[in-house]
Design a protein around this ligand. Structure first.
Ligand code: ATP
Length: 957
């Protein structure tokens, strides 16, 4: 079993490899000098040298010690993946021609299809024949080898400039060339000097016309010797572009600069794929011959064949001067295959590796073998993993990497044949120690979630879809470990108080004063038995901790995705030492697997202690000039299996839809801490005014209106924070209803700042535009928010592509609220929808919320509505209790039910300007056009019509 190599090890291996190659190169040079002296032409490529007695003596291709050192075909992709395994020297191939040439000329820059790389250059070697005479004195074999292997050519002639592309492209040219493909004879000397050289006979009586180094290689061409197949054009322009084919599993890629004709050929091949990362085209092997044949007809292109693929080519012409190919070895014997084992299910793994005869024979010996015709790969039971790896190690030319250690640990029972169960069995946990109210409220899938968590000893990532009740499950799991409390709950700041309410609701046995919500940086992090803190405050307060928390809940754990952030740096050490870690997120990774790393580390610190190993396996890590790029993805199926086995539980709404209500309403208590002291004082004063006995009815009403307006203003920061948290949590599409213009303005302004797509429909939106806006939202991809006026957009519109409605403000008429909810909850909606009511303590919401519930209850009793509003509130104790509150509540109720009273409130909502003399508003709403003129318009009338429209209360679909 191989573990990923460290940088240090890789460097060492690379050094050794270079040394070995240098030794070989020197040996070959010496040999060539000998041959040259004895009258052999050794500048020919190995294939030429193998092609019969008429040119050079036949060689044993496996004999790396003579004309060709055989190298592993280096796939730039695999090298970029950090595979620094020492190469099997038998599996590399380097032509003697590569390093027995004359002076290297500076390459010319040319346009390339691979903009990220420097273009492959045309390099002309000027000193040519006989080859050995042209070994450039300033270019040692070591240097050339280094160059050959993609390490540049730093010490070569100062005239030579090599590019990464040239480096990587070089290798196949080193391989034996098929004369018909290289068409070397067509190369013309570029200058009189080379012309003269061309005419200089080689010791074997053959002229080498030119040596070209396309893509950074040097290819000797033997005039008159390498012939095109009869009838095929052989002439290649001296400046023709050099390219190469590189094997990549059962495909091959073509490394070459931009050539319009060649691109046309590429596009004609059905198996073509373009890889934007490497900016290269790749093809199935089935298209190989077709491509090579077509390339042969392009005079401006010289495409070097695949290493070891010569055997695939058509039989050579037997005419005089043709190259005998029949003696070439079959491709497989030369091809080094490298691959890895990948998990494909809880019980089976697949060998992801190219073709090798020996390997296939080995696969066929495995009892559990199975060939997947779709993927064209073999797979086996995990219990045969060790056996297969051991035997594959004995095969030359094969490197089959085993499953990573993390996987073998996570799936130990399957590997050891102790469990072959396709689905993990989760035992039923004993929850007798947890509040019965909580346990009895768990839906069946939530109970499974709790069982899973306890089976994982309280360390998991609960990644249920949004709205599936992760809170109740987390509280239950934490309560199971109550003996290990105090408990730390880290949450986005906008939901701190919602969590407090949830603890009060689900754990009645927990005294409310034992719940500590940390509100400022001066508060104590450990004051309660349950301590709720925001991510940001945690980073300020973690130093307070003398003894670590044993049980920690992290809500929206994807907030930790970036290890460099302060919140992550604060949380990770706590999680490392905690005994139980309950991570909650409906969207643990939003764009790439790298985002999962910290969450996996939090749950299983031993799985991937170093990010690099994780990055190599699952993030498609690529080595770039500036370092490693981990933004990709690889082996995702395996990652999913690993997560499901050991880290994560995720259920989607559609999996458990039958257990869910059609609508899930949630009261979100927004942070009262965000209401400024001034606003709070103003709100208190207004509440007092309303309850003062000597006030006239009109004065009371005015006070009420102002109270309502000030509430809107006070809630703005919390509302904005909540919306931004939703977006950060991966909520893509949702509706936000508000009533006051100042609130709608503040929301849209913030969305603009954050470049989030939104539509807005309020009283000023012309009817003709509404449907278009609606369609725009319905069809939008990615993040989109519909910012809607409660009174102007609560009916006649369909937003069924969203599954969440947020009420930034409350409204005294529940019928209107329910209508607004039903913009999403309607025909076309296949999911359970979430409705979040943002409620701020110490504001008019304290009175509006009970009022709404009271009315809903009445409607529910009449069969006109669901009644779970009040269940929610009773449970959280969010009810008016003191006599003063009762009075304001009554006032609200009376005011809004009297004819015309609400008109005044609506007008006030439109015209309220927090910056006006009537109030000392603190919220920057920007330029707010005065819409009071609208009040007399027909639109205004329309907005008021719904108040008596009680028939439109919608019962669940
Ligand atoms: N078993 C249950 N009984 C009653 N109400 C429940 C139950 N489970 C969940 N709910 C309610 O469903 C609503 C959504 O639950 P919760 O907020 O926990 O979902 P979530 O999975 O955390 O969603 P998000 O990812 O959006 O935060 C809440 O109002 C919650 O009280």
């Amino acid at each position: 079993m191989s573990l990923p190599l460290t940088e240090e090890q890789r460097k060492k291996i690379e050094e050794n490899r270079q040394k070995a190659l240098a030794r070989r190169a020197e040996k070959l040079l010496a040999e060539q000098r000998q041959n040259a002296g004895s009258g052999f032409t050794v500048a020919a490529t190995p294939s030429q040298s193998k092609q019969g007695p008429s040119q050079t003596p036949p060689r044993d291709p496996s004999n790396s010690g003579s004309h060709g050192v055989v190298f592993k075909q280096q796939n730039p992709r695999s090298s970029s993946n950090g595979d620094q395994r020492p190469p099997n020297s038998q599996s590399f191939q380097l032509s003697t021609s590569t390093w027995t040439q004359g002076t290297w000329k500076r390459q010319e820059k040319m346009p390339t299809a691979c903009p990220s790389h420097s273009p492959p250059s045309q390099m002309t070697v000027t000193g040519i024949s006989p080859p050995l005479a042209h070994s450039p004195p300033e270019v040692t074999s070591q240097q050339l080898l280094g160059y050959e292997l993609g390490y540049g050519h730093p010490q070569a002639s100062h005239e030579t400039t090599l590019t990464p592309f040239a480096n990587t492209a070089h290798e196949p040219l080193a391989k034996a060339k098929n004369s018909q493909e290289t068409a070397a004879s067509s190369f013309r000397p570029r200058d009189p000097e080379s012309e003269a050289r061309m005419s200089r006979p080689s010791t074997s009586g053959q002229n080498i016309s030119d040596i070209r180094c396309g893509s950074g290689s040097v290819t000797p061409k033997t005039e008159g010797r390498l012939q095109q197949k009869s009838g095929t054009p052989l002439q290649k322009a001296a400046s023709s572009q050099q390219g190469m084919c590189i094997r990549d599993g059962d495909r091959f890629q073509v490394k070459i600069g931009y050539n319009v004709e060649l691109i046309a050929v590429f596009k004609s091949l059905s198996s073509r794929r373009y890889d934007p990362a490497t900016k290269t085209w790749n093809f199935s092997m089935t298209d190989y011959d077709a491509l090579m044949r077509a390339a042969q007809h392009l005079p401006a292109v010289t495409l070097q064949p695949l290493e070891g693929a010569e055997g695939r080519r058509e039989p050579p012409s037997t005419g005089s001067g043709s190259v005998a190919q029949a003696c070439l070895p079959a491709a497989p014997s030369l091809t080094f295959v490298k691959g890895q084992c990948v998990l494909i299910s809880r019980a089976r793994f697949e060998a992801d590796i190219g073709y090798s005869e020996g390997l296939i024979a080995l696969f066929q010996q495995m009892d559990s073998r199975n060939y997947d015709v779709k993927t064209r790969k073999w797979n086996f039971l995990l219990e045969e993993h060790s056996k297969l790896i051991e035997r594959a190690r004995c095969l030359p030319q094969v490197q089959l990497d085993p499953l990573p250690k993390t996987l073998t640990l996570a799936f130990a029972s399957q590997l050891e044949k102790t469990s072959l169960c396709p689905v993990a069995n989760i035992p039923e946990a004993d929850l007798s120690g947890v509040d019965s109210k909580l346990v009895s409220s768990l839906l069946p899938f939530q109970r499974t979630g709790v069982n899973f968590a306890i089976a994982k000893r309280g360390r998991l990532l609960l990644a249920d879809d949004m709205g599936l009740g992760k809170t109740i499950q987390a509280i239950c799991i934490a309560a199971y470990y109550q003996k290990e409390w105090p408990l730390l709950v880290v949450v986005p700041s906008s939901v701190r108080f919602t969590w407090e309410q949830a603890f009060r609701r689900w754990l009645p046995s927990l005294r409310p004063d034992r719940i500590n919500v940390v509100v400022t940086g001066k508060d104590c992090l450990t004051a309660g038995l349950v301590n709720i803190v925001s991510f940001d405050l945690l980073s300020k307060l973690e130093r307070q901790l003398k003894t670590p928390f044993k049980v920690v809940i992290i809500d929206e754990s994807h907030f930790l995705k970036n290890i460099k952030t302060a919140r992550c740096r604060a949380a990770m050490p706590l999680l490392k030492v905690a005994k139980r870690v309950i991570l909650l997120s409906g969207t643990p990774a939003m764009s790439r697997p790298a985002e999962l790393y910290t969450q996996i580390l939090a749950v299983k610190p031993t799985f991937f202690p170093q990010f690099h190993a994780f990055g190599l396996r699952y993030c498609g890590a690529k080595r770039m000039p500036w370092g490693w790029d981990y933004s990709g993805s690889s082996n995702l199926g395996e990652l999913k299996l690993l997560l499901e086995e050991a880290v994560m539980l995720r259920r989607l709404k559609c999996d458990v839809l039958s257990q869910l209500p059609a609508k899930q309403r949630k009261m979100v208590v927004v942070a009262p801490g965000q209401i400024s002291a001034g606003t709070r004082a103003a709100l208190d004063a207004m509440a007092k005014e309303m309850t003062t006995k000597d006030k006239t009815k009109q004065q009371q009403k005015e006070a009420l209106i102002l109270f309502f307006n000030r509430t809107a203003e006070a809630k703005i920061p919390s509302v904005i924070e909540y919306i931004l948290d939703l977006l950060e949590s991966g909520r893509e599409k949702f509706l936000v209803f508000a009533h006051h213009k100042v609130v709608l303005d503040a929301i849209t302004k913030q969305l603009e700042r954050k470049c989030v797509q939104y539509i807005r429909i309020d009283g000023s939106t012309p009817s003709a535009d509404r449907e278009d806006l609606c369609q725009q939202f319905q069809q939008s991809q990615g993040h989109a928010v519909a910012v809607l006026s409660i009174t102007a957009a609560n009916m006649g519109l369909t937003f069924s592509s969203a599954e969440l409605v947020v009420f930034a403000e409350l409204f005294w008429n529940p019928g209107v609220l329910i209508q607004a909810e039903d913009r999403v909850h309607r025909i076309g909606q296949l999911n359970s929808v979430g409705i979040h009511y943002l409620v701020a303590r110490g504001t008019a919401d304290d009175y509006l919320w009970p009022l709404i519930q009271e009315k809903i209850k009445v409607l529910g009793e009449a069969g006109l509505s669901e009644t779970n509003f009040s269940e929610m509130t009773e449970a959280t104790g969010y009810f008016y209790k003191d006599p003063k509150q009762q009075k304001i509540y009554d006032l609200f109720q009376k005011s809004f039910e009297e004819d015309g009273s609400d008109v005044a409130l609506l007008e006030a909502a439109e015209s309220f300007d927090p910056g006006s003399a009537s109030g000392a508003g603190s919220w920057d709403t920007g330029d707010t056009p005065d819409e009071s003129t609208l009040l007399g318009s027909p639109l205004k009338k329309k907005r008021f019509e719904f108040f008596d429209n009680w028939d439109s209360f919608t019962s669940p679909l």
